[in-house]
Design a protein around this ligand. Structure first.
Ligand code: FAD
Length: 385
């Protein structure tokens, strides 16, 4: 029987980041098992590549800080450019209550060293004239935020992980996880069984099904999210931040000569459906052209949909022995439920989980990401799109 120090289920951004960070920590016999024929076939290949420091929880901010730092150093560290463009993120709100939450979050972000500006309606009109929102309550602008290339990140992680000894097995599905006496013993795959004391659930939108294989309820549900790209256009500035309307969750940013737009449709039920939906597209166009009316003069060129993997509080689950305190089977680890933030948080999630698995203290506080928190009062992430 094949053996490994750790088996990681899923070669998305999160699984590959864990593999890279584990081998960097010195663990050699790491196997990533992916049922598709290459990486990026799940959510990670559909991501819009946004990364921001504007979050409401200190741990999430620290996760983004690690991601930003890694993206700045990416080419030197991984030999591949990640096309990181720190164009900034501009969050807009019409809701005075939400504005108060955003201002408090900005204070927290600043206390952790993040550069963030709180802007009134006049300043938004002056600096970002394409935004037409008469009832704007306020906005926050994070100049260090930006966008990068998810495929470059996956390629960089998998290349370095392999160079350092990890194996990435494509076209093999994990079908069972063996647990004996509350201890993980390995995984069955369609390419054969692997004996291992550690198995990681990094299966993205399928994390619930993989958790069930170990008898663990993993509250992650899939929701379709679509993004669209316009034909090349000059209706919005060449240099503009990712601009988001909190109330409708509609957003737009530059994608080279084109623009990229999207929205989290509140009418969307949980499903594994990734077909584009015309009604949802109409709701997006109505929402985004209301506050960015010059978009009426663009045409759409293409679009795609993928799955967000959402938890009840929109925070990920990053946990396993020993922090789980015996609640999870010994050797079973979870890194899933990134709720639309898995590109930007994959670097830090990989580092923190690898540290946990190697018996070290994680670099960031994982308390808000514990698996058992769902029995308690939740602290939902306020910056959710
Ligand atoms: C349209 C869209 C836009 C987004 N934009 C952003 C953004 O701007 N910024 C951001 O931070 N995030 C964004 N996200 C979210 C981000 O893409 C995800 O959070 C992230 O990709 C999750 O990565 P993952 O590795 O957990 O999951 P995945 O990439 O889905 O990887 C999981 C892998 O597990 C495999 N798998 C599942 N079950 C098994 C099994 N039994 N055996 C073997 N393999 C298995 C799957 O095939 C899959 O490849 C976006 C998502 C979408 C859909």
């Amino acid at each position: 029987m094949d053996t490994a120090d750790a088996v990681i289920v899923g070669a998305g951004l999160v699984g590959l980041s864990i593999a890279y960070h584990l081998v960097e920590q010195g663990m050699r016999d790491v196997v990533v098992v992916e049922r598709e024929s290459s990486f990026g076939q799940g959510s990670s290949g559909r991501s819009a590549g946004g990364i921001r420091l504007q979050f409401g929880l200190a741990s999430s901010i620290r996760f983004s800080q690690y991601g930003v730092q890694m993206l700045k150093e990416f080419e030197g560290r991984f030999g591949v450019p990640a096309s990181f463009n720190q164009c900034g993120y501009l969050f807009l709100t019409r809701d005075p209550k939400r504005w108060a939450v955003m201002q408090a979050a900005a204070d927290l972000q600043r206390s952790l060293g993040v550069e963030v500006q709180t802007l009134g309606a006049g300043e938004v009109r002056r600096r970002f004239p394409y935004v037409v929102m008469d009832d704007l309550a306020g906005a926050t602008f994070g100049p260090q935020d930006g966008v990068a290339d998810p495929f470059a990140m996956m390629y960089g992680f998998s290349r370095r992980a392999r160079e350092l000894g990890a194996r990435i097995v494509y076209g093999a599905e994990v079908t069972a996880i063996t647990v004996e006496g509350h201890r993980v013993r390995g995984a069955d795959t369609t390419a054969g069984p692997i004996a291992s004391p550690m198995v990681v659930d990094a299966a993205g939108p399928h994390a619930r099904a993989v958790g069930a294989m170990a008898g663990v309820a993993v509250p992650v549900d899939p929701y379709r999210r679509a993004v669209y790209v316009t034909a090349p256009t000059d209706v919005l500035p060449r240099a503009m931040p990712m601009t988001l309307d909190f109330e409708t969750t509609s957003y737009v940013r530059r994608e080279g000569e084109s623009l990229l737009l999207g929205m989290s449709d509140p009418a969307e039920p949980s499903s594994f459906d990734t077909a584009l939906d015309q009604d949802s597209l109409i709701r997006l166009i109505e929402a985004v052209t209301r506050w960015a009316p010059s978009l009426q003069h663009t045409s759409l060129m293409r679009g795609w949909a993928g799955l967000y993997e959402i938890t009840p509080d929109h925070n990920p689950i990053i946990d396993g022995a020993p922090t789980a305190g015996g609640e999870l089977p010994e050797g079973f680890y979870i890194a899933a439920g990134f709720s639309g933030h898995g590109f930007q948080h994959a670097p830090a999630a990989g580092r923190a989980l690898a540290e946990l698995m190697c018996g070290q203290a994680p670099f960031a506080d994982l308390t808000p990401f514990r698996w058992a928190r769902f029995q308690e009062a939740l602290q939902p992430e306020p910056f959710v799109i």
